[in-house]
Ligand binder design. Structure first.
Ligand code: GUN
Length: 294
């Protein structure tokens, strides 16, 4: 069997198109959603990521408000900026790019963000809303994973889902989302006994461990849907900057699965598209407008 390749770039473009249409509709009422992105320091990967966010925010018709601060910025100054953005009526979403320089306590900064502007969905209030089934802002990468899984299997109810990885940013929230879709969810991790056997139970396997090509073909149930969150750079025998691989060995897994996301071009493009959808959702909620059905 050769798996269907789940095209994250195409699904992300479709989602951005629907966000742009809603933004245009809000524009007729004089509303233009604004996303503030805060970058501290000069990490090259973060700068590339923030650049893509800025470009795509503007492309869907939203306002991009950028704050680039030196690596020497104090925690207190960053907290002051977050509080200013919390109180700014032009700002609907706030994203503080991670990682922050080591002298800044990321957890303190993330909890300072107004939960209703927390478009990353990292605030404990949004984690609690997700866990209890309340409306809230859902972390972008987990949201992208479930949108991709539903593109392959529109009804996930009753299916066995295995989430490999238990991070606050991906593993735990994606498990909550799958539970909300009525899956039977197992969260597996580095201390799980017999990982291959646990993964083989999965109708939907979400791999989010950050270990290059750890998941082999014989870990996969025939006909499963495989969502690969990993983005790992490994040396390329041909030289250069190396090549990107996921947490799943694609060549093997694609012979067993029914559908699988590639790396790159799978989950990655969905993350920013979901960030834009969250900003639109926050802009509507803050004005008492109904949540856009995107
Ligand atoms: N750094 C890498 N990915 C992300 C993300 O999704 N949000 C934030 N805030 N920082 C990141």
């Amino acid at each position: 069997m050769t798996a269907h390749r789940l095209d994250g770039a195409a699904l992300a473009a479709d989602l951005r198109g629907r966000v742009a249409a809603e933004v245009a509709r809000l524009g007729t009422a004089g509303i233009r959603p604004g996303l503030a992105v805060v970058l501290v320091g000069d990490d090259p990967a973060s700068a590339v990521y923030v650049g893509s966010k800025k470009r795509q925010t503007v492309e869907v018709g939203m306002r991009s408000i950028d704050h680039v601060l030196p690596a020497s910025t104090s925690e207190d100054d960053l907290l002051d900026l977050v509080r200013t953005l919390n109180g700014d009526p032009e700002v609907d979403g706030i994203l503080v790019q991670l990682p922050l320089p080591p002298h800044i306590d990321s957890a303190r900064v993330l909890v300072a963000i107004d939960p209703d502007k927390d478009v990353d969905g990292f605030h404990p209030v949004n984690a609690g809303r997700l866990a209890t089934g309340m409306a809230g802002l859902v972390p972008c990468t987990p949201q992208g994973c479930v949108r991709l899984a539903k593109a392959a299997l529109p009804d996930l109810a009753g299916l066995e889902a295995v989430v490999l990885g238990r991070s606050n940013i991906v593993g735990k929230p994606v498990a909550q989302l799958l539970l909300a879709e009525s899956c039977t969810v197992t969260v597996a991790h580095s201390r799980t006994r017999d990982l291959p056997a646990v993964c083989r139970r999965a109708d939907i396997l979400i791999a989010a461990v950050g270990r290059p090509e750890m998941v082999r073909g014989d870990w996969i149930k025939p006909g499963a849907v495989v969502i690969d969150v990993g983005i790992n750079r490994v040396p390329d025998p041909a030289g250069g900057k190396g090549r990107l691989v996921g947490d799943v060995l694609f060549a093997e897994a694609s012979q067993v699965a029914a559908a699988i996301t590639p790396v790159p071009g799978g989950v990655g493009p969905m993350t920013i598209a979901c960030l834009l959808a969250n900003t639109l959702q926050a802009a509507c909620a803050r004005r008492g407008l109904p949540a856009p059905g995107i």
